[in-house]
Design a protein around this ligand. Structure first.
Ligand SMILES: [Zn+2]
Length: 116
């Protein structure tokens, strides 16, 4: 368009500032902002799971919610673990799912790992 605008990313100055670059490829944003976004998505999901399973929450909105390591529903039938290591019979390098829902009544354990 005959302008002097530089198309390079304003943060890293290495690649074109496209939507793809900002969302998933910028080396500057990937260090911190992508992890923050992942953690906020996990926090919202954790909040909704707590609400659904009857965990008593002290905050009204998900964005105020700070996940505890262990939450237990009223009555103690469901336990929700946040960022807890899973004990395995062999060495697994990444065995810390974001959320684990343990339902004592159903005898189930659901592991949730979120990829952004
Ligand atoms: Zn960049």
């Amino acid at each position: 368009m005959n302008t002097e605008t530089d198309s390079k990313c304003r943060l890293c100055q290495q690649f074109d500032e496209t939507i793809d670059h900002i969302i998933s490829a910028c080396p500057i944003l990937a260090k911190e902002q992508h992890i923050k976004r992942h953690d906020r998505v996990c926090a919202q999901l954790h909040f909704n799971i707590c609400k659904e399973t009857g965990v008593q929450l002290d905050k009204k909105h998900w964005y105020e919610h700070v996940a505890e390591s262990v939450e237990t529903s009223q009555g103690g039938k469901v336990t929700i673990l946040w960022n807890q290591q899973v004990q395995t019979d062999r060495n697994i390098p990444n065995n810390k799912p974001d959320i684990i829902i343990r339902d004592i009544e159903k005898g189930t354990c659901m592991l949730i790992d979120i990829a952004i």
